[in-house]
Design a binder for this molecule. Structure first.
Ligand SMILES: NC(=O)c1ccc[n+]([C@@H]2O[C@H](COP(=O)([O-])OP(=O)(O)OC[C@H]3O[C@@H](n4cnc5c(N)ncnc54)[C@H](OP(=O)(O)O)[C@@H]3O)[C@@H](O)[C@H]2O)c1
Length: 239
């Protein structure tokens, strides 16, 4: 028997576009109430109003996940509006790509603060509510860059390799509270994560495909947990 998402409260960080938006859309289709965040207020408002067009219950609040105070305020807002959290999708992420000796300290901090510390902050903010509600599901969106280093990827690789360790350790810590922790590690996805990334690349994964996997994982019966899922385009360009 799969778990129902009807009426559950789901938080999706970085829900204003790309993979996060597709996941928010898919969770709404399952009957969840969804809270999204991002840094750009106009993009967030537009996404929230478009996502609610089919009658879904969506709220949005500006929050940079790399700042603990903003994360605390975001989860207080969700608690106030929806009463707590059942599902947390840590999707917000960004990259700066340059040789390691050219990455600036600011770029390094932004990548690690968002992709790694931001996940910790959201887990820290969400788990008290999940425990009080008898359990929950935390899904982290990592990357195949979390196992495959590449040139110019030092900051991004470090953040996503770190996320695998964080995910697996958290999974062990939280399992007996009924909180399941899992990670999807996608390969290339058609989004604007990199300029032009959503154009002319039919071989790339569609954000909706990541969203379908996310829903599948979250709905999996409580007794089992697919804790690390690699998703890759089946036919990338031959090198
Ligand atoms: N696209 C790919 O090929 C690919 C492959 C593997 C993994 N991923 C991972 O998938 C996740 C989503 O990527 P995407 O391709 O959907 O990227 P995207 O299209 O650039 O969307 C990123 C989302 O995250 C938000 N965001 C970025 N930094 C944030 C911060 N500090 N605080 C709050 N929100 C923030 C963005 O909104 P604002 O800019 O308004 O903040 C936006 O909503 C990331 O973790 C990425 O590393 C992507």
């Amino acid at each position: 028997m799969t778990e129902s998402l009807q009426g559950k409260v789901a938080v999706v960080t970085g829900g204003s576009r790309g993979i996060g938006r597709a996941i928010a859309h898919a969770l709404l289709a399952e009957g969840a109430r969804v809270a999204i965040c991002g840094r750009d207020a106009a993009a967030l408002d537009q996404a929230a109003s478009e996502l609610s067009a089919d009658g879904g219950d969506v709220i949005g609040k500006v929050c940079n996940v790399g700042r603990w105070e903003e994360v605390e305020a975001f989860f207080a807002f969700v608690a106030d509006r929806f009463g707590g959290v059942d599902v947390l999708v840590n999707n917000a992420g960004l990259g700066h790509f340059a040789p390691v000796d050219e990455i600036t300290v600011e770029q390094w901090r932004e990548v690690i603060d968002t992709n790694l510390s931001g996940v910790f902050y959201c887990v820290k903010a969400a788990t008290p509510s999940m425990k009080a509600r008898g359990g929950g599901f935390i899904l982290n969106i990592g990357s195949l860059a979390g196992k495959n280093p590449f040139a110019n990827g030092a900051a991004y690789n470090a953040s996503k390799f770190g996320l695998v360790g964080f995910t697996e350790a958290s999974m062990i810590d939280l399992r007996f509270d009924g909180i399941r922790v899992s990670e999807i590690m996608p390969g290339s996805v058609q989004t604007d994560f990199r300029p032009g990334g959503s154009e002319g690349a039919d071989w790339k994964l569609d954000p909706a495909e990541i969203a379908a996997m996310a829903v599948h994982l979250i709905k999996t019966p409580r007794r089992n947990l697919a804790s690390l899922v690699e998703m890759r385009p089946s036919m990338p360009p031959k090198r």
